[in-house]
Design a protein around this ligand. Structure first.
Ligand code: GLN
Length: 483
């Protein structure tokens, strides 16, 4: 069942919250070893919360809008229960003293969090292979990656282990795994969702968002987690629309922009065909497809990998073996303690990012790299602003390729970084981006369509995505052996 169906069934007492949660826990027990989607599972706690919800329903007491749904959160979001590891050895024993704002909001809405999902260490990666626990595997073909870094959240939903999940997206980490696993994922506008309690990777880009089976479920989750929070100074106070009620909005006269450069070299043929066919679906339903002019898009990857690494090098300075997490047991003096703890605690990709970022920020290179990247970022944001004067949404592929083999790109960081070619510009501009399934390749692997909308136009984005799901059935397909 989808999230919406599950909530309705629990509310109507056709099934209990305990049954939903128990089924989720059983499915995790059965499939997690194969898929590696969860780092930790909080079975007893989840069942207790489900019992509480059932008791309130039995007594006719009010329950929250997500009552009865089993959900998961990425393990870079703090929870006062269990551990928050970011899939890193340096935080393998870290217990947060507080819940992230999104965790509070999910639980206040009576969603039941069953566990915390696997990711690329500190959300750095595009394949979920950079986890210090185990790689996550794609349920459509377990020899392939599910994308990253929110691969665990995507797989938990795609394999039917939960009805919805939260991920974080700094350069594509919600949208790309959603695309590669055939589900729906939304990166909301920067400032739409509070990041209080999200472990920072690149603070000017990070955003939390939902992953679910379809756009309706995604809208349902966004409604719960969106809104101002005084504890995140970047969260914005504008009203939270009723996203689910607005899904049926009239889309007459819809204009979709497409950047010509998006369909060039490096784009897999089948992905290209599926995205073009998806645009055809919109065209057949009255949308106008026009060319969008985004001249600086070609610099997005370079710009992103300077800014994201620079911010990461600064954000990750706090892991010193003293303030948080794991401390090296053998060291000679304080400086050696820092060095040894960081050397043992961080994985290879995290170290690479810290070094790249430190380099980009160092005196002599700051102007040439970091500052220049900031200027390009402004140009990119202006490209989008100008484009959105002509079009309502912009469409593109999410990922240039379908799910690749485990190990295929792990030794070639540049090839891995190119997986983000269509997604990073959305974070750099701070706008909203949605990934919806739009087809399968010859191997039966899912393909995603990306839709982008201006700041705080999530209701438009979701309505446009929902229209596609009313006209197609890609989002209803499940991987083999799923629950
Ligand atoms: N794949 C990108 C990176 O490695 C994006 C990660 C993310 O969005 N967290 O940085």
């Amino acid at each position: 069942m989808t999230l919406t169906e599950t909530i309705a069934a629990v509310r109507a007492k056709r099934c209990s919250a305990v049954e939903v949660v128990q089924q989720s826990l059983d499915a995790i027990e059965k499939h997690n070893e194969r898929l590696g989607a969860f780092i930790s599972v909080e079975g007893e706690r989840a069942l207790q919360r489900a019992r509480d919800i059932d008791a309130r329903i039995a007594k006719g007491e009010p329950v929250g809008p997500l009552a009865g749904a089993a959900v998961a959160v990425k393990d870079n979001m703090c929870t006062a229960f269990g551990t928050t590891t970011c899939a890193s050895q340096i935080l393998s024993n870290f217990r947060s003293p507080y819940d992230a704002a999104v965790v509070e909001r999910l639980e206040a809405a009576d969603a039941v969090i069953v566990g915390k999902t696997n990711l690329d260490e500190f959300a750095m990666g595009s394949s979920s292979e950079n986890s210090s626990y185990c790689p996550v595997r794609n349920p459509w073909d377990t020899t392939r990656v599910p994308g990253g870094s929110s691969g665990g959240s995507a797989v938990a939903v795609a394999a039917g282990l939960v009805q919805g999940a939260l991920g974080s997206d700094t350069g594509g980490s919600i949208r790309q795994p959603a695309a590669l696993t055939g589900i729906t994922g939304l990166k909301p506008t920067y400032g739409r969702v509070s990041r209080h309690g999200l472990v920072a990777f690149a603070s000017s880009l990070d955003q939390i968002g939902p992953l679910a089976r379809n756009v309706r479920d995604t809208a349902c989750l966004l409604k719960v987690i969106a809104g101002h929070d005084p504890r995140d100074s970047t969260s914005v106070g504008c009203a939270v629309p009723d996203y689910t009620a607005l899904l049926g909005a009239d889309l007459k006269g819809l204009t979709i922009g497409v950047a010509a450069g998006d369909f060039g070299k490096g784009l897999n043929d089948e992905v290209c065909k599926a995205v073009e066919a998806a645009l055809g679906v919109y065209r057949d339903n009255g949308a106008r497809i026009v060319e969008a002019h985004l001249p600086h898009m070609k610099y997005a990857i370079a710009c992103y990998y300077l800014i994201a690494t620079a911010e990461a090098s600064s954000n990750l300075a706090r892991y010193d073996g003293v303030h948080y997490g794991v401390r090296a047991d053998r060291h000679e003096g304080i400086v050696d303690l820092y060095c040894a703890s960081r050397d043992q605690g961080f994985g290879q990709e995290v170290k690479r990012r810290i070094m790249l970022g430190t380099f980009a920020l160092s005196s002599g290179y700051y102007d040439a790299y970091y500052l220049k990247a900031l200027k390009v970022r402004t140009l990119l944001a202006r490209d989008f602003e100008a484009a959105f004067e002509q079009v309502d949404v912009i469409a593109s592929p999410v990922s240039p390729v379908t799910a690749f083999k485990l190990g295929e790109k792990i030794d070639d960081p540049l090839a891995m970084y190119l997986a983000d070619i269509h997604t990073t510009s959305v974070n750099l501009a701070g706008i909203a981006g949605l990934s919806i399934p739009c087809g399968f390749d010859a191997d039966g692997l899912p393909i995603g369509l990306q839709l982008m909308a201006p700041h705080f136009a999530e209701e438009r984005l979701l309505a446009v995505g929902h229209q596609f799901q009313c006209l197609t059935d890609y989002h209803t397909k499940h991987p083999p052996q799923s629950t």
